[in-house]
Design a protein around this ligand. Structure first.
Ligand SMILES: Cc1cc2nc3c(=O)[nH]c(=O)nc-3n(C[C@H](O)[C@H](O)[C@H](O)COP(=O)(O)OP(=O)(O)OC[C@H]3O[C@@H](n4cnc5c(N)ncnc54)[C@H](O)[C@@H]3O)c2cc1C
Length: 366
């Protein structure tokens, strides 16, 4: 079939769905995009997110990578030049060209509205569609809903982390280039708290918790705020489940699972913008060029397996373990690895965790 005759539907006009549409259009396919919301912008609330360069190794700079590989130029809110880590009894700082701050949500400065500006295909807003009907009606269906529900209905999903996120936008005085990260089992078990500035007056202060109900989340969030004792005023609050998992197969008949629905989120920190975006592009290439989708994304799958193994170790960490782990961050060797090389630190850290952590975990079965 000629590409221009292929009928493709995309469910979800978020990071992965729009990236898929952009790539399909390059190959002469103009998909129908169905979005439940009345606008683009993922979960509907604005918050900042961090793209930490070392998480994407061997890619050195994710922004340059997206531009060079896919012709997608995204404007960041700011660069990340410093990350302050806090554990129960110690703190560590990394400085250098460490990554980028982006906006998530409907705000025009956000990644998703920026991706939308590249798309010419129709986006059907307020759409309530049935994925089984779409799969019958179209030659291909790309599921990019940012949730695991359809993957679960297809019997392909396995949850690795049942995460819950609570946070909000805070006003105060901040360094616009500095991100903060807290790891302390007293309030986030093996999850973490983080702060990513919007500018020098505003930022997103968020707690990422695991295996928790929303009632307990409120209590832990209060404990987090009490512990860090920051002089800030909340402008708004938001909370959402944020489960991470993986799928047994990414393609079943004519249905592709991309973005979070396809498990393209890292199981250690639940970051995922870049791999979600690339999974959308990979689905488009598979549809347009007949390439094997799993092969196109195999590097992400391998990296996520390594990170899931690390997650299983970190799940058993006590505060002393977090303190010890961040002693590594303070060493000049680690700083040089981060700022002066392109070495795949995730791989090295996954091996180090294996060797130096006192407890053992079962091998991760994918
Ligand atoms: C609070 C929070 C903080 C995060 N922080 C970071 C970070 O710091 N760094 C990082 O890299 N990543 C971060 N992430 C992860 C990142 O935002 C997600 O990985 C990414 O947006 C997921 O992309 P996606 O395409 O799968 O889904 P989304 O971008 O969420 O898009 C899904 C779209 O599908 C629509 N939709 C849902 N159901 C349907 C349906 N049935 N029919 C039609 N449309 C539907 C939704 O409305 C939405 O527009 C964070 C996520 C959250 C929630």
């Amino acid at each position: 079939m000629k590409n221009s005759n292929k009928k493709v539907a995309i469910m979800g006009a978020g990071v992965s769905g729009l990236a898929c549409a952009i790539e399909l259009e390059k190959h002469g396919i103009f998909p129908d995009i169905f979005e439940t919301n009345k606008h683009v912008g993922s979960r509907g609330f604005n918050h900042t997110l961090g793209w930490i360069n070392l998480m994407y190794r061997p890619v050195k700079d994710p922004m340059l990578h997206l531009e060079k590989e896919y012709g997608i130029h995204l404007r960041a809110m700011e660069e990340i030049r410093r990350v302050n880590f806090y554990t129960a009894n110690t703190s560590a700082t990394l400085t250098g060209k460490l990554g980028y701050i982006h906006m998530a949500g409907p705000d025009e400065r956000g990644i998703v509205p920026q991706l939308k500006s590249y798309v010419k295909s129709p986006i059907h807003y307020n759409a309530i569609v049935n994925f089984r009907e779409l799969a019958k009606e179209y030659d291909h269906l790309v599921v990019a809903t940012g949730t695991p529900e359809i993957s679960k209905l297809l019997g392909l999903w396995k949850t690795d982390i049942a995460g819950y996120v609570r946070g909000g936008t805070v006003k105060g005085n901040f360094d616009p280039y500095t991100v903060g990260m807290w790891m302390n089992t007293d309030y986030c078990q093996s999850g973490y708290g983080y702060f990513v500035p919007w500018n020098d007056r505003k930022g997103s202060l968020i707690l990422n918790m695991l295996e928790i109900t929303n009632h307990a989340a409120g209590r832990l969030f209060d404990n987090f705020l009490k512990d860090i004792n920051w002089d800030v005023e909340f402008e708004d609050y938001h909370e959402t489940p944020h489960s991470i998992g993986h799928v047994k197969r990414h393609q079943i008949d004519n249905i592709y699972l991309v973005g979070l629905a396809g498990g393209f989120l890292d199981p250690l920190f639940a970051f995922g913008s870049i791999e979600c975006l690339e999974s959308g592009v990979a689905a488009a290439r598979s549809i347009a060029l007949g390439e094997d989708f799993t092969k196109l994304v195999h590097l992400w799958l391998r990296r996520n397996q390594q990170l899931l193994m690390m997650r299983r170790y970190v799940d058993k960490f006590k505060n002393e373990d977090f303190d010890r782990a961040f002693e590594i961050v303070k060493t000049p060797g680690f700083r040089s690895l981060v700022t002066k090389t392109d070495i795949n630190i995730i791989y090295i850290l996954s091996k180090l965790t294996n060797t130096f952590v006192g407890h053992k975990v079962d091998k991760v079965l994918w």
